[in-house]
Design a protein around this ligand. Structure first.
Ligand code: DC
Length: 221
């Protein structure tokens, strides 16, 4: 079987991980949530009492941090299960600072490339098609309106029992889009050869099908 690399990028809360996970499951590929890796690093920084806006102090932690994405979806950071805590507002509100530090990105990108070396993957993030895996077979840039994205994230948090208000989520999504798009190194932007997919008016099932159709057209899977 041919090794296939699918890159799904896009702004915060555009439904990338839900779609990427379902597509990977359907095709028997490995799903890699790169956002979870930046979130895990952020939770480590917060645990250590380091200020996430202090780049030099955060970068010093790189040698101490190990991140594992388990097949069952668990995220382990330096031996600790952070699966739940990385979705909480404290991490969401600080992760864009951590993701803007070049040295931290380089360390995590190296790990991401290794994870995609031997197996077919669906990898989602911000810079997968532009920087991490520029030779990906399929590149999708998934978007949705800010209101729709905030609504989806709000419902998701309610279901998981994570306290938040809709207004807070709109503010968080807008803030992260701004920081992610304007950072100097590997910012959020569509790869020139990516296919844009607007899911504002699509259900999850329709979005998954749209991605499967794109993959089929590109690589015949
Ligand atoms: O996809 P997410 O919301 O879990 O991502 C969390 C943050 O990590 C997001 O604000 C931007 C950053 N990120 C990134 O800069 N590059 C990636 N490849 C993935 C995520």
């Amino acid at each position: 079987m041919k090794k296939v690399i699918v890159a799904i990028d896009g702004p915060a809360a555009a439904g990338k991980s839900t779609v990427a996970k379902a597509v990977a499951k359907k095709l028997g590929y490995t799903y890699i949530d790169t956002g979870a890796m930046y979130r895990a690093f952020t939770s480590y920084v917060l645990d250590k009492g380091v200020d996430p806006e202090n780049e030099a102090e955060c970068v010093k932690l790189i040698p101490e941090v190990s991140i594992e994405l388990k097949p069952d979806g668990k995220v382990i950071c330096s031996g600790k299960d952070v699966t739940r805590v990385i979705r909480e507002p404290l991490v969401s509100g600080n992760v864009s600072y951590i993701a803007s530090y070049k040295d931290i990105r380089l360390a995590l990108v190296e790990l991401q490339r290794k994870m995609a070396e031997k197996v077919s993957v669906v990898m989602d993030g911000r810079d997968i098609g532009t920087y991490v895996l520029p030779n990906a077979d399929v590149k999708i840039f998934q978007i949705a309106s800010v209101e729709e994205r905030a609504k989806r994230r709000y419902i998701e948090n309610q279901e998981k029992g994570i306290p938040c208000t809709y207004e807070d989520i709109v503010a968080d999504v807008e803030k992260r889009d701004r920081i992610d798009s304007s950072r100097a190194f590997a910012p959020l932007k569509p790869a020139e050869d990516s296919i844009k997919l607007d899911t504002s008016n699509l259900t999850i099932e329709e979005s998954v099908q749209a991605v499967l159709d794109i993959i089929k057209e590109k690589v015949g899977e």
